[in-house]
Design a protein around this ligand. Structure first.
Ligand code: ATP
Length: 199
């Protein structure tokens, strides 16, 4: 699966509709300080379902909407659309091309769409959860994160490596399965007790 296009419209410094086409291989984004490079990665994270305004360097979610400049009034809506090439079926049960849209209006209203169909935020989060692209995944390493990884304790670093290797997901599934097994064993014990009492 490959990210094909990113369309940013009214998000942070992108007052005008801006389309970025990603071609196979490595894409570098260069520009002077404050030109909006980080805003691009934040637009990607936001459309994948980021819910923390702080992690988008804002105080409230409305801060992602273009706030205006000396020469330009603020906008009322931020929109980000990402289109993925899914011909390899990486996103299960999805067509060859998958688009994900997130919109936020100043009055707090939001829209979430998958392939132009209205969905819930949860549906977008779920779509990417197992893809290694989720907002908590290590697909995004922000400034300062590398240092934090180097300075972390060995156990924390192990956790980070396990998550990057995709092991964490299975560990969590194992914990869930163990709990279900325990509940089932308890239920069985209770049934056996009742059978004993009936004899
Ligand atoms: P650096 O190289 O210094 O890390 P950068 O290219 O990553 O910079 P960003 O941090 O992405 O730049 O962009 C910061 C710019 O975005 C600032 O000029 C800031 O005023 C602008 N900006 C952030 N939020 C908004 C908003 N809601 N409306 C308008 N402009 C915004």
């Amino acid at each position: 699966m490959q990210l094909k296009t990113l369309v940013i419209n009214g998000f942070k410094s992108f007052a005008d509709k801006t389309q970025i086409d990603f071609v196979p291989g490595l894409t570098g984004i260069v520009g002077p300080n404050g030109s909006g490079k980080s805003n691009i990665t934040e637009a990607i994270r936001w459309s994948l379902g980021e819910q923390s305004a702080k992690s988008l360097r804002g105080e409230k979610m409305g801060d992602v909407i273009f706030a205006g400049t000396a020469s330009r009034p603020p906008l009322n809506r931020a929109e980000v659309v990402m289109t993925f090439d899914n011909r390899d079926g990486y996103l299960a049960n999805q067509p060859a091309e998958v688009s994900v849209t997130r919109r936020l209006y100043r009055d707090g209203e939001s829209d979430f769409l998958i392939n132009n169909q209205a969905v819930r935020l949860k549906d977008i989060v779920d779509l990417f959860m197992d893809s290694g692209l989720g907002k908590e995944s290590f697909s995004f390493i922000s400034q300062g994160r590398v240092e934090a990884i180097f300075n972390s304790k060995p156990e924390e670093r192990r956790g980070i490596l396990e998550e990057a290797a995709g092991v964490l997901k299975y560990k969590q599934q194992k914990i869930k399965a163990d709990k279900e097994l325990q509940t089932t064993t308890d239920n069985l014990d209770r049934v056996n007790d009742i059978i004993q009492e009936l004899h």
